[in-house]
Design a protein around this ligand. Sequence first.
Ligand code: SF4
Length: 384
Amino acid sequence: MAETITPRTIRLEASSFCQLRCPSCPTTARAIHPAVGSGFLRLEDFRRLLDENPSLALIELSNYGEIFLNPQLLQILELAHERKVVLAARNGVNLNNVRDEVLEGLVKFKLQQMNCSIDGASQETYKIYRVRGNFENVIANIKRINHFKQLYRSEFPRLRWQFIVFGHNEHELTRARRMAQELGMDFYAKLSWDDDFSPISDKEAVRRETKTGAATRAEFKERHGRDYMQRICHQLWDMPQVNWDGKVLGCCRNFWGDFGGNAFADGLIPSLNTEKITYARKMLRGQAAARHDIPCTTCEIYLDMRANDRWLEREDFAGGQIFPSERTREAAFDSGARGLPRGFAAASVAAGSSDAGSRAEVRRNDACPCGSGKRYKHCHGRFG
Ligand code: SF4
């Protein structure tokens, strides 16, 4: 019998627009357009989604765009708060341009957690990657949120400073960590996905600061035997990605094709259980062959699993319900492993049976298997 996924947590992109032009970002390169497109989540779609799915407990709003560009964000926050649905922006925000009432709304309506992407501790350094960004604006907005947190005597939103480590900013890691502490923020140093842009030079410091024992994602894979971002695949079960227009994209990485359903037009649960996405779940566990119409087929993470015959293990799968109790509403984003829902082992891969075709590994300089004629590293392997 086919498994039916009924998650209480989803990802729903509030805005796929971004005003910055970060060099390695697929949003800047407009690579997201085939599946994600440009748009904002509409309040009326959000309201209908909540009306039709009263069991939804938690929704992640951020992904490829900047949530603060959505003109209805304040009303979306208010509605979720009214319905006791927890919202978060853990994927990241740039926090450059935010209206004061929205900054207040984050506190008043208890956004649960927000990760701020700040790759530097000064304007000179910050603007090298966050092109068009203004470091002073970001820090001023964080201070303003802290002001409202005091006013409302609230700990929400919990703030995290996310620092992608590059060669041009590694010297500011320590200063940024100290600033984060002064601002009452957690600090997270993250490995870059683009080795070609501003490669790091002090590898030892990066290994230490990222707490991964690795200075690059390639080194991480070598050391830990899995992709740095492999946990993303669990989203197909636990926290599926829904686009701003309702299309089901499955995970936060996928921008090259959808899985057929539309959460607003077809209903959330049916759209999360189409034949295509059910088939993809089998592929990721090594139980079905790769198929050309499934977005995972050309994804670097799937190709790596296939090359090494190491598949996702879903030992704690229970009908898609990984957050069975009410208690988890508040706890859901407190997992020690970032972005990883409770109940999952970070490296949950194990040898599994496979009929998934060729085991040939696609290397970064190979032709992309999608047939574009480009090298893999310039096509589906480009963004992480
Ligand atoms: S293989 Fe790639 S596209 Fe498929 S779920 Fe995993 S990260 Fe997403």
